[in-house]
Structures are given as structure tokens and as C-alpha cells.
Design a protein around this ligand. Structure first.
Ligand code: ADP
Ligand code: MG
Length: 230
């Protein structure tokens, strides 16, 4: 009895803490990991954009996140809000087109919602994503079903907010949220685009997966890989 309870079965508090909150360092790890994911998916995202846009989404995102990587030294010891704001401002100043300013806004809003924080609970992360998605919607005016990044982000936010309300474990909530983003991304395939360059194609935009919805799914899946790794 004593051997079982006091021995191997015990989970060190450090581990527990890792599962319950997202540390400042994990936020930086997420940004770095996403820069890698974008670099690895640069051609894929660009090909998706070639089908219904101007073949630059992967190039734009990669340029932006390489610039973000060069700002990492500025983020040392900064709070999460400042980290997100730095990412957002870097994207705004280095990426043209629609995607850059929209991702810039996403991170700026997340930064405002997390100002001064050195760690995030699930509730904090849900509030940050809520502010981020609202910012994207405000800036781009896209609604659900317009075949944009909002189609991945909005269902992911809904699932995350519900999980936070229900007090679900962080890792589970993150996984469900990324799963919803993936479904939202896949659901863009049959849609006719009503926003952005793809909308110029009208009906011909149907049958293709939206590039921005894809990069947004990758963003949330990277959060699972970095924050919910168990
Ligand atoms: P651009 O369209 O200027 O070439 P990108 O290729 O980098 O910019 O990004 C295209 C992506 O941006 C689209 O796949 C779509 O998800 C997203 N997007 C475009 N316009 C909007 C909008 N008004 N609201 C939300 N997302 C948009
Ligand atoms: Mg493009």
C-alpha cells in the first residue's frame, strides 16, 4: 500500500502544473514551432493559394514568421501579452496582402487580452482566442461560411470556450479545439468564397481548401503539439 501510493504512482507537481497552465516559455515555444511548421508547409500553403488566389500564402506566412523569429531575442523575459503584440506588429509590418494584416490583428488582439500575464489558464487562453477571432472578423468582415480563416478559427473558439466553461482539462480542450479547426478547414472545400481574392473566382472557388483556414488549423494544431504533449 504505502509503496504504491508513496512511490511510482505519484505525479510530481511540476508535471501537474504543466498540464494546467501555459507558461510564458511555452508561448515562445509555440511561436517558434509555428514558424517551423509554416516553413515546412510553405509550398503546400502556396499551392492551395495558387488554386483560388495568387499563390503567395505560404510565401507571405513564411516571410512573416521568419521576421518573427528574428525578434525572439526582444521577447526574452517579456510577458505573454508583449510577446503576442510583438508577433502581431512584426506580421503587420512584414507581410502584405490580406493574410498578413489578419494574422497581425489576431496576435495583437491576443496580446491585449493577455497583457502582463506570465502564464495562461484555459480560461485565459479562451479569452485570448476570443479577442483574436473577434479582431480578425472586425478587420476582414468575413462571416462563417465565407471560405476564409474564420471558418477554422470560429468553430475552434466555440469548442474551446465551451470546454473552458465546463472546466475541462487544458490538454483535452486544446485537442478538441484543434479538431474543430481541422473540420472547419475541411468544410471550406465545397464552399464558394465570398471574401478575399478567392471571391473573384465565384463558383470556380468551390472544390478547393482555403489556404488561410489551413494555416489557422496548423496554428492551433501546433498549440496542441507544444502545449498538450503528454
Ligand atoms: P492575399 O489574399 O492578399 O494574397 P494571402 O494569400 O496571404 O493574402 O491570404 C489569403 C487568405 O486570407 C485566404 O485564404 C483567407 O483565408 C484569408 N482572407 C482573405 N480575405 C479575408 C477576409 N476578408 N477575412 C478573413 N480572412 C480572409
Ligand atoms: Mg494570396
Amino acid at each position: 500500500m504505502t509503496e504504491r501510493n508513496g512511490g511510482l504512482g505519484y505525479q510530481p507537481p511540476e508535471n501537474m502544473e504543466k498540464m494546467m497552465t501555459i507558461s510564458r516559455d511555452s508561448v515562445v515555444e509555440w511561436v517558434k514551432a509555428y514558424a517551423d511548421v509554416v516553413a515546412q508547409n510553405r509550398d503546400y500553403l502556396t499551392q492551395l493559394d495558387a488554386a483560388i488566389g495568387d499563390a503567395d500564402h505560404g510565401i507571405n506566412m513564411d516571410r512573416g514568421f521568419q521576421a518573427v523569429m528574428s525578434k525572439l531575442p526582444d521577447m526574452a523575459d517579456k510577458d505573454i501579452g508583449t510577446i503576442f503584440k510583438t508577433v502581431g506588429m512584426t506580421l503587420l509590418s512584414t507581410v502584405g496582402g490580406a493574410g498578413g494584416p489578419l494574422y497581425g490583428t489576431l496576435f495583437l488582439r491576443a496580446g491585449m487580452a493577455t497583457a502582463g500575464k506570465m502564464e495562461l489558464t484555459l480560461e485565459d487562453w479562451a479569452a485570448a482566442l476570443d479577442a483574436a477571432v473577434k479582431g480578425v472578423v472586425m478587420r476582414g468582415k468575413a462571416e462563417l461560411g465565407d471560405k476564409t480563416m474564420v471558418d477554422a478559427l470560429s468553430p475552434a473558439l466555440d469548442v474551446l470556450a465551451k470546454a473552458a466553461q465546463n472546466g475541462e482539462p487544458l490538454a483535452e480542450a486544446l485537442k478538441k479545439s484543434a479538431q474543430a479547426a481541422k473540420q472547419g478547414m475541411l468544410d471550406t472545400i465545397p464552399l464558394v468564397a465570398r471574401k478575399g481574392r478567392a471571391s473573384y473566382l465565384g463558383e470556380r472557388s468551390a472544390g478547393h481548401q482555403d489556404p488561410g483556414a489551413t494555416s489557422s488549423y496548423l496554428l492551433l494544431q501546433t498549440a496542441v503539439d507544444v502545449w498538450a504533449d503528454d
